[in-house]
Design a protein around this ligand. Structure first.
Ligand code: NDP
Length: 471
């Protein structure tokens, strides 16, 4: 695809995000799409010579097997500047060095990003300048509102990309395709037929040396406030008439505005825990509080769970449980949709009467529909069977999709200003209750499934609830 020339300015170019995710993605994008005209300008406070910078870029490109004419052109022209990016005159010089329309990528700690926005307010940005911001977007709803106001004073909303790489185009399209292109799902996609929805992202990895960021964020902000709420919004949205940016983002916004902690109670609808020492697949992990850089007094959770309600005609009464944990025994990245029990089963049929469950695995991209079917050797006996299929995983790395959309001016997958604020509003009661210690910080051994008393899904809760509140 031939596109107008862009200059990607990475602020925080010697950081982790740039090396591990942004540069490999850039290399992959240029390899797949050599028609793009791109200049890369790195800026960070670390002193790096051009040779060092080039070696870093090439190292990251090699991880994505990047090659071809567009890659060679970018490597020949890339520059690096050792600067304090919070200083207006340095930012001015960076913008002056652009050979194409600037795309400013804030690969910076959130507090530094806020200072850069203040510094940019002193400059006149070139027409068409795009701003790309990473999560977390602010530290609470008020900070997100302030940051949005500052950004809107710089460029229009369409030129602001609040990055959420979790929901790549293929994941969104897989969810939308499964639900809307199959008559057996969409008519059932509501509180008449669905008992509970769980969105789970448990990983086996522990802190991995990221205390500087994670110890201040925790599992709630790192995963639920950002990524998992985006999954909920896509899963629960009303049918968008197109997959264009406005339709999809309007539909997601409607869901997020109607979402809140279930029953308005952080004490009953949120849980938190922190891992103690344990073993995962033969590797010994220290307790979280003994990891380098962790301040135990912060009480940071490594496993968080919120049960939410989406207060709409479609979803009233259905618990949405969002859970994410580190150092958990089994990796689980899935959406579990548990249907209500069959309304009636003839008395002669014994065996499994479990409800139908649709599992959508997010990595790898698979689906499995779990049903009751009659046994091969006993037609009176029902057993569990699963119909499985795999989705396309997509051709591009998640960050290649992010960068490609940014260069093409397509904000569909970016988080819109209102959604960024809503996501903080949704989690705020839990954050406040956790800070006030109204919800206990439980413990689980690294390598376990979490605290022993936590059921693995919301189904149990949904069943209890249904007993009290039949629909
Ligand atoms: P890092 O700390 O690794 O990188 C940030 C870089 O910015 C560092 O090199 C830092 O320099 C530099 N920097 C800080 N202040 C200034 C300044 N005033 N002028 C110039 N350079 C400065 O952070 P990450 O790369 O991990 O994260 C960046 C952002 O991306 C964060 O918002 C994070 O939440 C987000 N993110 C990160 C992911 C990851 O996997 N790393 C994944 C998803 C999002 P110094 O080292 O000297 O402080």
């Amino acid at each position: 695809m031939a596109t107008s020339a862009k200059t990607l300015i990475i602020l925080g170019a010697s950081g982790d995000l740039t090396a591990r995710l942004l540069l490999p993605a850039l290399g992959q994008l240029l390899t797949r799409d050599p028609g793009r005209s791109l200049h890369l300008l790195g800026a960070d406070r670390r002193q790096l010579g051009r040779a060092d910078w080039l070696a870093r870029v090439k190292g990251s490109f090699a991880e994505a097997d990047a090659a071809g004419p567009a890659v060679d052109t970018l490597l020949a022209g890339t520059e690096y500047r050792a600067v304090d990016v919070t200083r207006p005159e340095e930012l001015h010089a960076l913008l002056d060095a652009c050979t194409g329309t600037p795309v400013l990528y804030f690969a910076l700690p959130p507090a530094v990003t806020a200072s850069v926005c203040a510094a940019l307010a002193e400059l006149t940005l070139p027409a068409g300048t795009t701003l790309a911001l990473e999560k977390p977007f602010g530290v609470d709803e008020a900070a997100a509102v302030r940051l949005n106001a500052e950004l809107h004073a710089l460029v229009p909303e369409e030129q602001i990309h609040r990055v959420d790489h979790f929901l790549g185009r293929s994941t969104v399209n897989n969810l939308v395709g499964l639900r809307f292109a199959n008559r057996i799902f969409e008519p059932l996609w509501n509180n008449n037929h669905i008992a509970a929805i769980d969105i789970i992202y448990d990983e086996q990895l522990g802190l991995e040396g990221r205390a500087g960021y994670y110890d201040k964020a925790g599992a709630l902000v790192d995963m639920i406030q950002s990524h998992l709420l985006q999954v909920l919004a896509v899963l629960a949205m009303e049918p968008p008439s197109t997959l264009g940016a406005q339709d999809v983002r309007d539909a997601k916004g409607l869901v997020l505005r109607a979402t809140r902690l279930r029953g308005g109670s952080p004490v009953r609808s949120s849980r938190r825990a922190r891992y103690t020492a344990g073993t995962i697949e033969g590797t010994r992990l220290p307790a979280y509080v003994n990891e380098a850089g962790v301040d135990p007094a912060r009480g940071t959770e490594t496993l968080a769970e919120l049960t939410l309600e989406v207060d709409t005609w479609r979803w009233a009464g259905v618990p949405f449980t969002l859970r994410s944990g580190k150092a958990v025994g089994a990796r689980r990245r899935e959406i579990v949709i548990t249907f209500k029990p069959a309304s009636w089963v003839p008395a002669g049929l014994t065996g499994s009467h479990e409800p139908t469950v649709l599992r959508i695995s997010l990595a790898p991209d698979l689906m499995s529909l779990e049903l009751n079917v009659n046994s091969e050797d006993d037609p009176d006996l029902l057993r569990r069977a699963a119909l499985t299929a795999s989705f396309g995983a997509g051709q591009l790395l998640a960050y290649s999709e992010v960068l490609g959309a940014m260069f093409d001016g397509d904000p569909t997958l970016s988080v819109r200003a209102d959604a960024a604020e809503e996501c903080w509003r949704i989690v705020a009661p839990a954050v406040a209750a956790w800070r006030a210690d109204r919800v206990p910080l439980e413990e689980y051994a690294a390598g376990s499934e979490g605290p022993p008393r936590w059921p693995s899904t919301a189904v149990a809760e949904a069943e209890t609830d249904q007993a009290n509140k039949p629909r």
